[in-house]
Design a protein around this ligand. Structure first.
Ligand SMILES: *Cc1c(COP(=O)(O)O)cnc(C)c1O
Length: 424
């Protein structure tokens, strides 16, 4: 419909919305886009890039890589870190080193980005998706337990910490240990978050972090594989550089990959590392401002268990109460909504209003079991009354602008727009 592009004439590019409502026109759109989460540079990054350039370490070897790995070990408490070209590669090599074979079943988080689970398919194995719980939005330990009852032979679990909030890591690790399964922790979104004082990215035998451009700190790209096992770290490092044997020529006994991090990317990571805690503090302030502002609205924020965890607050999300939801219909690629009852809204309306005001938001990750590519995969939920928690969160939730450079004034306007959605 035409009206969603007026009066600002801004185009909503990633989702087509068909609706009966009009754009909020008494609040002007932002001149400059307020981003969901964009890179924040501090100056040291360019120094390390220049250093690499001037000393001609323009490859996948160099001081920046060594320092970035050392820095991440110090920060997380992981014994070893292997710098890679992206987080997805780290998950892939984790799957491989865990011994996953074609046809194997692997238990995976369901409510996550597809990069968490795609590497299972790279190895010809099959994802069995495990539903989420409402306290952290992450893998439900009860559903995982149930999954092990159905498939006692499964030997690998891939767990993501969503939006920077740790999962119920002790419970999950305990269940894995009980069944002799290896835990792979995808901490791509949760670098710097802690669970009972311990950094995420250290709870699995093998762990992955990411320095993708929208993460809490970035290398423009990049990722790391973390483990406490020296042999495994060496193996992964070797695989990531085409599996060269120690020989005078190119000798290969194992399949290799070109997955190593560039020394330039590592320079950016190295420059960003000292600012991780600043970014977390800024993101937490954003989360808390939203939380305070929405106290009287029928919404809640993406939750965490305060007594045992400290998220990195990468993205602030809201979940609209069931009673406050207007009708919303989503097909594979389109969304529409209808506001019949006053005081109701839905993620599609808020998305439309924020995007047309030049504030970037995102739907919650669409659960993997709802993705056409994984439609044949098994999906295991908890026995309780509410099944398919992930689909419910996808339906009622939205990721709000969470950029650490967003000003309080900008956030106030975003809050105003969201409040208006409930009040029209
Ligand atoms: C970003 C992300 C990844 C992948 O990281 P890349 O570095 O982009 O490959 C994996 N899992 C989750 C949950 C992510 O958000």
């Amino acid at each position: 419909m035409d009206n969603i592009y007026t009066p600002e004439k801004r185009k909503i590019t990633d989702i087509e919305i068909d609706n009966t409502s009009t754009v909020i026109s008494d609040i002007p759109a932002f001149e400059k886009t307020v981003w969901l989460s964009s890179p924040t540079m501090h100056g040291d990054e360019i120094k390390y890039i220049e250093e690499a350039y001037n000393t001609n370490w323009m490859s996948t070897i160099g001081e920046n890589i060594d320092e970035a790995e050392r820095g991440i070990c110090k920060l997380t408490g992981s014994k070893y870190a292997v710098a890679l070209n992206c987080g997805t590669s780290a998950i892939h090599l984790a799957i491989r080193v865990a011994g996953v074979k074609p046809g194997d079943k692997v238990f995976c988080s369901d409510l996550t980005f597809d990069a968490t689970v795609n590497p299972v398919s790279y190895e010809g194995a099959v994802q069995v998706f495990i539903d989420s719980e409402y306290e952290t939005w992450n893998m439900d330990p009860k559903a995982l337990e149930k999954a092990f009852k159905i498939h006692p032979d499964v030997k690998v679990v891939v767990l993501a910490n969503l939006y920077g909030t740790p999962a119920k890591l002790d419970e999950i690790r305990h269940i894995c240990d009980l069944h002799g399964a290896i835990l792979i922790e995808d901490a791509a979104e949760s670098l710097g978050a802690t669970y009972k004082g311990k950094q995420t990215g250290t709870f699995g035998q093998y762990n992955a972090i990411s320095f993708n451009g929208n993460k809490i700190i970035t290398g423009s790209a990049g990722g790391m594989f973390l483990t406490d096992d020296l042999d495994v770290a060496n193996k992964v490092r070797k695989w990531s550089t085409q599996s060269r044997e120690d020989a005078p020529w190119y000798q290969h006994e194992e399949l290799g990959y070109n997955y190593r991090m560039s020394n330039i990317v590592a320079g950016v990571v190295r420059g960003q590392l000292p600012y991780l805690s600043d970014h977390i503090a800024q993101k937490k302030a954003i989360y808390m401002r939203y939380k305070e502002a929405f106290k009287d609205l029928p919404v809640s924020m993406n939750p965490y268990i305060e007594s045992i965890m400290e998220p990195n607050f990468w993205l602030s999300c809201i979940l609209i109460d069931k009673e406050a939801m207007c009708e919303q219909v989503r097909t594979d690629k389109k969304a529409s909504y209808h506001k019949e009852v006053p005081g109701t809204t839905c993620p599609t309306e808020i998305y439309q209003q924020l995007m047309s005001h030049n504030a970037q938001c995102r739907p919650i990750w669409k659960p993997m079991h709802l993705q056409p590519i994984y439609r044949m995969n098994e999906f295991i939920t908890n026995n309780g009354k509410v099944s398919d928690v992930g689909a419910d969160i996808f339906n009622r939730g939205l990721c709000l602008p969470s950029d650490n450079k967003m000003t309080a004034e900008e956030q106030d306007i975003i809050i105003k727009i969201i409040r208006k959605c409930f009040d029209r």
